[in-house]
Design a protein around this ligand. Structure first.
Ligand code: AHG
Ligand code: MN
Ligand code: MN
Length: 339
């Protein structure tokens, strides 16, 4: 009989068979998945669960927080703080890091998350998600966990030991990498568990589909404008082929489509906030997505540099993002380099 492989079994086998993950990391990933199940449940209730609408507060980026931003953040903290696998957490929705309280045991991992990605889509019932990234606290002495500070989080994306996201869409889907490819799990609501539904995801190197908020075009710089204008020119233009456009407005859903059928996602610098390198956040959004995309054979840059090589200076640092099908990312990156 063909047995379904649960996330738990998948992770246990990763721990025992190939020694790819230590037991504490396995526990961490199971706990994150459990938190995502709870968030999924809250999302599904919608107006009936009184989870829609604004919370009337602002995050560190000056964005108005939605009720679900705060609920998801709390769910992730509550689920993860007591297990002994973490030293601290950092979130898009918290100004400072959240060190594991002294009453709980501590571990060597650092968990970062965008608890609710696609906030503007919550109230209109469009796919949203949770994005997460896991780092290890770099210590000379592994026994020394305290004190932990924001500086411990300032590691390049290539140092990640696990990354993933969960999309709350028509299905709830968890996508994960621990550095040996990308696996997809679908939430079986009757069983209450994530079931492996795809392994070894690959993004085709070529694509005819791009994802960008083209309403911002007048604010872009020349390389970005050139790339999109060439796509829009279609068969008659320099690219000699027609392109299709998709923009969900939730990075998690746009990236999920790209991991599923290819495409390129672009969120460039723009003139409205010239001192910020982009809208998206390096540590909570770009790094985990860049690693997943690279693990699936795609590429991810900020227009000039591989995202995973960027050394962060600040926890809430922003970045330009070009990711997805390799040849398209290489093309738009070469346009920036030529400038
Ligand atoms: P968040 O909801 O976590 O603040 O992220 C929203 C991000 C990302 O999900 C999406 O790609 C982008 O903002 C959408 O931007 P536009 O408003 O320009 O469409
Ligand atoms: Mn986000
Ligand atoms: Mn968010």
């Amino acid at each position: 009989m063909h047995r379904k492989i649960s996330l738990t079994r998948y992770l246990v086998e990763k721990q025992h068979n190939d020694g790819r993950i230590p037991p504490e990391l396995r526990l961490l990933l199971e706990v994150v998945a459990r938190a995502c199940k709870r968030i999924s449940l809250a999302v599904t209730k919608g107006a009936l669960g009184e989870v829609l609408g604004s919370a009337d507060s602002e995050n560190v980026q000056g964005e108005v927080q939605k009720k679900l931003d705060i609920i998801a953040n709390e769910v992730l903290i509550e689920a993860n703080e007591w297990g002994g696998h973490l030293a601290a957490m950092a979130s898009e929705e918290m100004d400072d890091i959240y060190a594991v309280p002294h009453r709980f045991p501590k571990g060597e991992y650092l968990l970062l998350f965008d608890p609710l990605d696609g906030s503007s889509n919550i109230d209109v019932n469009v796919s949203i998600g949770t994005i997460f990234s896991v780092l290890r606290k770099q210590n000379d002495d592994p026994q020394v966990i305290d004190p932990v500070s924001a500086a411990d989080f300032l590691q390049a994306g290539k140092q990640q030991v696990a990354a993933g996201y969960c999309v709350y869409g028509p299905q709830t889907t968890l996508v994960l990498t621990v550095g040996d490819g990308v696996a997809v799990f679908t939430l079986d609501r009757e069983q209450g568990s994530f079931v492996l539904t795809q392994e070894d995801l690959r993004i085709p190197a070529d694509t005819k589909e791009f994802a960008a908020n083209v309403s911002n075009m007048r604010h872009w710089d020349a390389p970005m404008t050139r790339y999109i204008e060439e796509c829009l020119a279609g068969k008659e233009g320099p690219r000699g082929k027609d392109f299709n456009m998709r923009w969900v407005g939730s990075m998690v859903a746009d990236v999920h489509r790209i991991l599923t059928r290819g495409g390129i996602f672009l969120y460039p610098w723009d003139r409205r906030e010239p001192n910020k390198p982009g809208k998206l956040r390096l540590m909570y959004e770009a790094n985990p997505m860049a690693w997943l995309v690279e693990q699936a054979g795609g590429a991810a840059t900020n227009g000039r540099q591989r995202i995973l090589d960027i050394q962060p200076d600040q926890l809430h640092e922003r970045v330009s993002v070009f990711l997805g099908s390799k040849h398209e990312v290489e093309r738009v990156t070469s346009y920036h380099e030529a400038l």
